[in-house]
Ligand binder design. Structure first.
Ligand code: ATP
Length: 440
């Protein structure tokens, strides 16, 4: 566990520096929904981009998809969500607060007062709404509680157009909605969130090998993007924990300040989903294997991650505090590829043409990566501000720049500075961002 990061510190930093704000804050907020600010939105884009690169554009056996949130209601009958996507809900008989029964510290006992709770009833987590101008049962639709079904219903469309042969995967990133009984822990559990999901289709019998290799790949992705390996683990589900569709499931867990918790579930869904959709839609979704000239329903391995939970783990893991010359420095040691901005550009003084030169340099760098310009306050304070949002490099323009076209390049982690010519800046920063050339 990261001993410096408490949830309170991370939440405060997120608010203070423009990562994440409570939604509709001027109206008092609306339970557990959050908005990503100017800094957070960059981090979120980078997390999604790192995932997309690792599982779509960086591989030869996966393709992307972007399906709609609203789907035919029959989808959710076929998938089992209408009948079974529910959590056990209990209510305190005294204070009337509601809880998820399996989250109670003491069975039968209200966690907020001395009351007893009711018997549990199953509460369906899908949000319902109406499609079109008539509000009746025939027009009821659901906000999708997972992106996966958008992939399954498009299986044959993709197969017919993408020129892929099994084994291959379809990946997508998008919003999902769950009417969670007890959301909480900041962006860890919310009612609206983003998911990054892969459905990897394999020949039955080859599923266990693919299940194992996706576990390795997905655990490796978190480490490769900067999370310390000792704060991650794979936790296989017990058989009584398995979802109705799963043959096996392993969670990637991170040790948050509130304990080990799931970032991603990797499930062997067998042929459950495609078979269900074949039955409910009456459409053939089998795969024709040219080698054996026979048809089969593929098995599916599903690595299913959130965006927000991994993002929180990246923030928590990167959070650090240290004493520097008698001052406390807060620094986010984010991997430079995930960092919202790659460099801060600063004039040492607000005179002698330094601000103008620094702005020119900012504009040169901006062609290549996101950078920020800051001329307010002492140079030390400006460095600290960028340390807090994880900006890995600082470029300072001073009186020497005006004479010899060199600047200082500061490293966020080591706080060392080197002098380099302006015309080498882009290449040098790029080299330091690229993990293949970086000292790790
Ligand atoms: P939990 O047991 O924590 O409720 P789950 O097992 O129901 O999660 P999955 O259905 O496996 O979650 O969803 C895959 C991923 O989607 C999770 O690992 C998580 O990263 C993300 N996710 C699921 N529910 C939420 C939520 N309410 N808020 C934020 N992210 C979520």
């Amino acid at each position: 566990m990261n001993e410096h990061a408490t949830m309170e510190k991370v939440v405060n930093l997120c608010k203070r520096r423009g990562f994440i704000f409570p939604s509709s804050e001027i109206y008092g907020g609306i339970g557990s929904t959050w908005d990503y600010g100017p800094v957070g939105v960059e981090l979120k884009r980078n997390v999604k981009e790192a995932w997309w690169k690792a599982v779509v554009t960086g591989r030869n056996d996966t393709v992307g998809l972007d399906a709609s949130i609203l789907m035919h209601p029959r989808v959710w009958e076929a998938s089992g969500h209408v009948a079974g996507f529910s959590d056990p809900l209990v209510e305190c008989k005294k204070c009337n607060r509601r809880y998820r029964e399996d989250f109670l510290a003491e069975p039968g006992q209200c966690p907020d007062c001395d009351g007893k709770v009711t018997e549990a009833r199953q509460f369906n987590l899908m949000f319902k709404t109406f499609m079109g101008p008539v509000e009746d049962t025939a027009s009821t639709v659901f906000l999708r509680p997972e992106t996966a079904q958008g992939i399954f219903v498009n299986f044959t469309n993709v197969l017919d157009t993408a020129r892929q042969k099994i084994p291959f995967g379809i990946a997508q990133i998008g919003k999902s909605f769950r009417n969670e009984i007890t959301p909480g822990n900041f962006i860890f559990r919310t009612r609206e969130f983003e998911q990054m999901e892969i459905e990897y289709f394999v020949k039955p019998g080859e599923d266990e090998e693919a299940f194992q290799s996706w576990q390795d790949a997905r655990l490796g992705w978190y480490v490769d993007n900067g999370i310390r390996a000792e704060n991650l683990r794979l936790r296989p589900h017990d058989s009584d924990e398995l979802a109705h569709y799963a043959k096996a499931c392993v969670d990637v867990e991170y040790e948050f300040p509130f304990g080990w918790s799931e970032l991603e579930g990797i499930a062997n869904r067998s042929d459950f989903d495609l078979k269900q959709h074949m039955e409910y839609s009456g459409k053939d979704m089998t795969y024709f294997d040219e080698a054996t000239r026979s048809r089969y329903v593929p098995y599916v391995i599903e690595p299913s991650a959130g965006v927000d939970r991994p993002l929180l783990a990246f923030l928590v893991d990167a959070y650090d505090e240290e004493e520097v010359e008698g001052d406390r420095r807060i620094v986010l040691r984010l991997d430079p590829r995930l960092a919202p901005f790659k460099a801060g550009v600063y004039p040492l003084l607000r005179k002698d043409g330094q601000p103008e030169r620094a702005q020119e340099i900012r504009d040169i760098l901006k062609e290549h990566f996101p950078v920020v310009y800051d001329q307010a306050g002492s140079i030390g304070r400006r460095y600290r501000r960028q340390d807090e949002v994880g900006t890995p490099f600082g470029v300072t323009v001073d009186h020497e720049t005006m004479k010899d076209q060199t600047v200082t390049l500061r490293d966020r982690d080591a706080m060392t500075q080197v002098r380099i010519p302006v015309d080498r800046l882009v290449d040098e920063i790029r080299r330091r961002i690229d993990p293949r050339t970086r000292d790790r």
